[in-house]
Design a protein around this ligand. Structure first.
Ligand SMILES: [Zn+2]
Length: 145
């Protein structure tokens, strides 16, 4: 994977946070790099009932499906009030969604010594015991061990 494409994906995520929320407040966004090089971004709307809110990844995830493109990489960032921006690894539900695109999808996780730095890992690395590996006849895309 081209480092510049990954860097552009992170930059697009940061740019969305800054353009959509110029007040500098506590906000986040996600960005995904698709197989054709397209970068899609998204952010989660507020809801009266927090239990119905969605992940920032939903918009680019659905966009990839709409465009019939595979997802190559996914990043989610959260800007804290004051401007520090930390990397959020994909939640369990988003990992499950991304698993459709295979174990080679790159996901951004935070560097353990500096939570503002992106470390790219494969989905296989963050899901070493993915449950579907128990059904090798039912899945493909390289998930089998
Ligand atoms: Zn999620």
């Amino acid at each position: 994977m081209e480092e510049s494409a990954l860097a552009a994906t992170v930059a697009s995520c940061r740019a969305l946070i800054d353009s959509r929320f110029p007040d500098g407040g506590d906000r986040g966004a996600a960005a995904m790099l698709l197989g054709d090089g397209t970068i899609l971004t998204g952010t989660a709307p507020d809801a009266m009932n927090a239990s119905v809110e969605v992940c920032h990844e939903i918009e680019p995830y659905c966009g990839a499906f709409r465009l019939n493109q595979r997802i190559v990489a996914s990043v989610c960032l959260h800007r804290q009030a004051g401007g520090r921006t930390v990397v959020l690894s994909p939640c369990g539900v988003c990992r499950e969604r991304l698993a459709v695109h295979g174990p080679g999808v790159l996901v951004a996780v935070a560097d353990r010594s500096d939570l503002t730095l992106v470390v790219w890992k494969t989905l296989r690395d963050v899901l070493p015991d993915y449950w579907m590996t128990a059904f090798p006849d039912e899945i493909d895309a390289g998930w089998t061990v």
